[in-house]
Ligand binder design. Structure first.
Ligand SMILES: [Zn+2]
Length: 314
């Protein structure tokens, strides 16, 4: 028995098929048709058809989506704006002639994948953070995604950066977040936030991958930007660890490839965490960029297991 997962990103759409042990038997990635909802659905249907010609028809499908599901069942808060307000689940059910298609927020799929058979395996409370172009997070408890009544669990990126100094308050006022607020954690601790900090200090904008190389080479200006970034990320984590106190924190997204973070974060978090004690492991995602698509493929399996309370879409 196989299951299919699709990661519906703003720039690419990826599909995998996994067997019962989580081994991948098929995978394909193509560019997203930006701006067109109908083309997006057609592309997804085409990918399912292509994979099922290899592995056989009728496999259960999960989809990792940007944004979340509104109370009406339509998509909301997606930065791929052409999805918003659309009944993606219903349209896929009809187009693919399935009884059900399972949709879940991409950060929730990320944490689900890492909790199932990734870095969080064997841990009860897993907090997964994606530090990429934006910043998302998800919480899995007992290998279930905690979605929350308003589909808000893990949306830490749109709270203000804690313990801002006057300079950061000034920065916050000039950097408006797409959510409409100012001073959001996302504007500071996403990969984009790191690029912006380097630009603020040096006047030069470099892609995150290049900055990562400069940090690894201990380049002076890059290290100053990095230490500012590290301190802000440590504050953002400490504030929410004071509330959730997870068993493990798993990092994904482009910034998770900066190896120095895993040494620096525990030290900096102890400066801010209540009581100064913090032994929680912070590790890189085992499945890297594939965590979202793998988590999507796990969705129908988890939903299919009756002994687990249902927190996913029905
Ligand atoms: Zn925001």
């Amino acid at each position: 028995m196989y299951s299919l997962g699709i990661d519906l990103g703003g720039t690419k759409i990826e599909i995998v098929a996994i067997d019962e042990q989580g081994r991948e038997v098929a995978r394909k990635r193509i560019a997203s048709p930006r701006g067109s909802y109908n083309e997006t659905v057609a592309t997804m249907v085409g990918l399912v058809g292509e994979v099922e010609r290899k592995i056989g028809p009728g496999n259960p499908l999960g989809v990792a989506i940007p944004g979340s599901i509104s109370s009406r069942g339509t998509i909301k808060n997606a930065n791929s704006w052409w999805l918003n307000g659309r009944d993606l689940r219903g349209d896929l059910v009809r187009a693919l002639r399935r009884d059900e298609v399972y949709l879940e927020n991409d950060a929730n799929c990320f944490v689900l994948s890492e909790a199932e058979d990734g870095a969080g395996h064997g841990h009860e409370v897993v907090w997964g953070l994606i530090l990429g172009t934006g910043c998302g997070s998800g919480v899995a408890i007992g290998r279930q995604v905690l979605r929350g009544r308003n589909s808000l669990t893990g949306e830490w990126g749109h709270n203000p950066l804690p313990w801002m100094d006057p300079e950061e308050e000034q920065m916050a006022r000039s950097a408006h977040c797409y959510c409409g607020k100012i001073g959001c954690i996302e504007t500071f601790v996403s990969g984009t936030g790191f690029e912006r900090e380097y630009e603020r200090l040096t006047g030069q904008r470099l892609p995150g991958v290049e900055l990562g190389k400069l940090v690894a080479a201990q380049d002076g200006p890059a290290m100053i930007a990095y230490v500012h970034y590290l301190d802000r990320l440590a504050r953002a984590i400490a504030c929410y660890a004071n509330f959730l106190d997870p068993d493990i924190i798993v990092l994904g997204g482009g910034m998770s490839n900066v190896d120095l973070l895993y040494e620096g974060l525990p030290i900096f978090i102890r400066r801010y965490i209540f009581g100064g004690e913090f032994s929680t492991p912070i590790t890189k995602a085992v499945h890297g960029d594939s965590s979202g698509v793998r988590g999507a493929a796990w969705l129908p399996r988890i939903k299919g297991q009756g002994e687990r309370p249902l927190l996913l879409i029905s």
